[in-house]
Design a protein around this ligand. Structure first.
Ligand code: F6P
Length: 347
């Protein structure tokens, strides 16, 4: 049965930040307080805030002017899975103490796994997916992706002019640990000459041949886009891998740097690595991301009022739907082969 009475809702942002987080927070507060008469609190710095009970009140004033702001007014952090597993009872205690009827965590793959863990433990959770990587399987798009692609595309456009002036090969590393969505979209949008993605290990011979053919055809420069998680086909090139960090995330040793050394040697042309890094995640969200984030926030509050816990908001076509958190964390959305074919320049 739905919960039609006013509620107390907790919201938090966890994992790597992403343009549009503030738009979700604002939307949750607007829908919950102005339309339902709810009270909303925000936990500080991700799951850490829930585990430690660190929170602040979120009213309409608190979310004034944040729609277009990048980052998250609540702060974010990553948490080690084991730390969270040990903290389930503490989290339950804080939810009870604060009289919360629902908790809305906004986050990517790791956050949604944590959300599922707490939901399975009986906490009233409605998840909201976010990530610039766009790799959450059960939603067509995550907010933040459009902004990141826009930033990367603008950078690629700019790099083309300087590459041409100096007859250089620019290898531009974009984010994308497991999937090449940002590389594919920005590469297509900017007309890159080669794109390498984690889903399809590249062959250095093929990559060299493609860039060489361009110079032989009289072109003065080349732009290669590499997703940070891209790797060479086994045995085709010496490659330094980076190991893992304390959160179990792969640490990268720099595909752009390694490729630029290799391409310069093989082609006899100057090559430069450019790592776009966190600039892709910073700053104001695009209109698309603001709208998607706002819709997710609205629907998360509605789901909470209907008592639909253990679910996550998702975009399917043009509709916002709810999908079980269990499904959300089953697999990642990788770039399908048909999408590479359309891009032509994916190796
Ligand atoms: O998952 C989002 C993401 O931006 C990835 O694309 C990237 O690999 C990672 O976060 C970077 O994480 P951090 O901010 O911890 O360096």
């Amino acid at each position: 049965m739905g919960l039609l009475r006013a509620m107390r809702i907790g919201v938090l942002t966890s994992g790597g930040d992403c343009p549009g987080l503030n738009a979700v927070i604002r939307s949750v507060v607007h829908r919950a307080t102005a339309d339902h008469g709810d009270e909303v609190i925000g936990f500080m710095d991700g799951w850490k805030g829930l585990l430690e009970g660190d929170h602040r009140k979120l009213d309409l004033d608190a979310v004034g002017g944040i729609l277009a702001r990048g980052g998250t007014i609540l702060g974010s952090s990553r948490v080690q899975p084991a730390h969270l597993r040990d903290g389930v009872e503490r989290a339950r205690g804080h939810v009870a103490e604060l009289g919360l009827d629902a908790v809305i965590p906004i986050g990517g793959e790791g956050t949604l796994k944590a959300a599922r863990l707490l939901s399975d433990a009986g906490l009233p959770i409605v998840g909201v997916p976010k990530t610039i990587d766009n790799d959450i399987a059960v939603t067509d798009v995550t907010f933040g992706f459009d902004t990141a692609v826009g930033v990367a595309t603008e950078a690629l456009d700019r790099l083309k002019t300087t590459a041409e002036s100096h007859q250089r090969v620019m290898i531009v590393e974009v984010m994308g640990r497991h999937t090449g969505w940002i590389a594919l979209h920005s590469g297509m949008a900017a007309g890159a000459h080669a794109i390498v993605v984690p889903e399809r290990p590249f062959d250095i011979e093929e990559l060299t041949a493609r860039v060489a053919a361009r110079f032989e055809a009289g072109k003065k420069f080349a732009i290669v886009v590499a997703a940070e998680g891209a790797k060479p086909r086994e045995g085709t090139m010496a490659f330094d891998e980076g190991g893992t960090d304390v959160y179990g995330h792969e640490r990268f040793a720099g595909v752009a740097r390694q490729l630029s050394v290799e391409l310069e040697r093989r082609l006899g042309k100057e090559a430069r690595p450019v790592i776009l890094g966190h600039v892709q995640r910073g700053g104001t969200p695009t209109a698309y991301d603001r709208v998607l984030a706002t819709r997710f926030g609205w629907h998360a509050v509605e789901a909470a009022h209907r008592g639909e816990f253990g679910m996550m908001t998702a975009l399917r076509g043009t509709e916002i739907t709810l999908v079980p958190l269990a499904e959300a964390v089953e697999s990642l959305k990788t770039v399908p082969a048909e999408r590479y074919d359309e891009a032509e320049c994916v190796l």
